[in-house]
Design a protein around this ligand. Structure first.
Ligand SMILES: NC(=O)c1ccc[n+]([C@@H]2O[C@H](COP(=O)([O-])OP(=O)(O)OC[C@H]3O[C@@H](n4cnc5c(N)ncnc54)[C@H](O)[C@@H]3O)[C@@H](O)[C@H]2O)c1
Length: 236
């Protein structure tokens, strides 16, 4: 049984990833803003689950997360992420800062924390949420794309540095996945994206959860520093 930490686990891809790891028999430590009641999570995960209500950008809450990691951490899924879209000429500095803090800086902070503990315990697996938009850019997402491209670079660098400690670091680049983040988009844009996808559909959160589960498993024990597109072929 592995101890699996997942940020942004209250909904969407994070929640589905929690479900997958839980069904595989692992112990979950779920981290999210107070957007969901612990009782709701307890209904779905009645055992082998701890919930930390925390904003991952808050310095005050870091000791709480670190104390939980000190009890053991085998897998960290840096899943939490947000968008604050607007074109470059209209983008507020505050929206740049917010997106960079959550999507990029928190990956650095939590990975550094986890890696220090994994190094002492003999290894582990760090999984990061990138996005296919990191490869080709995306209109209206200067901040978001910068963070996701940064996550891919960070993943490769951490893999090079941490391999000697048996810590593997990989990323997933989801395409368009049906979650609250994407459901906010206009219907027209969603159907245009489906048309552009060779597999002809939006992804499901399970598609991403399955990929995280594989990358964290022993079957992926020789895979590190990679970013796997799980996108129905949209960036071919
Ligand atoms: N849905 C997609 O199509 C898609 C595509 C590419 C990449 N991604 C990435 O996958 C990840 C998950 O996406 P999703 O669609 O499930 O998003 P979502 O908006 O449905 O869920 C994100 C979760 O992160 C949490 N969160 C946000 N800020 C936080 C903070 N400061 N501290 C703690 N938790 C915080 C939210 O409360 C929420 O539960 C994100 O990193 C996203 O960028 C998603």
């Amino acid at each position: 049984m592995k101890r699996v930490f997942i940020t942004g686990a209250a909904q969407g891809i994070g929640r589905e990833t929690a479900k997958k790891f839980w069904e595989d028999g692992h112990h979950l430590v779920l981290i999210d803003l107070p957007t969901v009641e612990e009782s709701e999570l307890k209904e779905q995960f009645p055992e082998r689950m701890d919930y930390i209500q925390a904003d991952i950008t808050s310095k005050d809450l870091r000791p709480l997360i670190q104390d939980e990691m000190k009890k053991g951490i085998d897998v960290l899924v840096n899943n939490a992420g947000i968008t604050r879209d607007s074109t470059l000429l209209k983008m507020e500095e505050s929206d740049w800062d917010l997106v960079v803090n959550i999507n990029l800086k928190s990956v650095f902070i939590l990975s550094q924390m986890a890696a220090g503990i994994m190094k002492e315990s003999g290894g582990g697996s760090i999984l990061n949420a990138a996005s296919v938009v990191a490869h080709n850019g995306n209109f209206g997402q200067t901040n978001y794309v910068a963070t996701k491209a940064g996550v891919i670079g960070m993943t490769k660098t951490m893999a090079k540095e941490l391999g000697r400690y048996n810590i593997r670091v990989n990323a997933i680049a989801p395409g368009f996945i049906a979650t609250p983040m994407v459901n906010k988009m206009p219907e027209k844009v969603i159907s245009m994206m489906e048309d552009k996808t060779p597999l002809g559909r939006m992804g499901k959160p399970e598609d991403i959860a399955n990929a995280y589960s594989f990358l964290a498993s022993d079957e992926a024990s020789f895979i590190t520093g990679t970013c796997i597109n799980v996108d129905g072929g949209i960036v071919i």
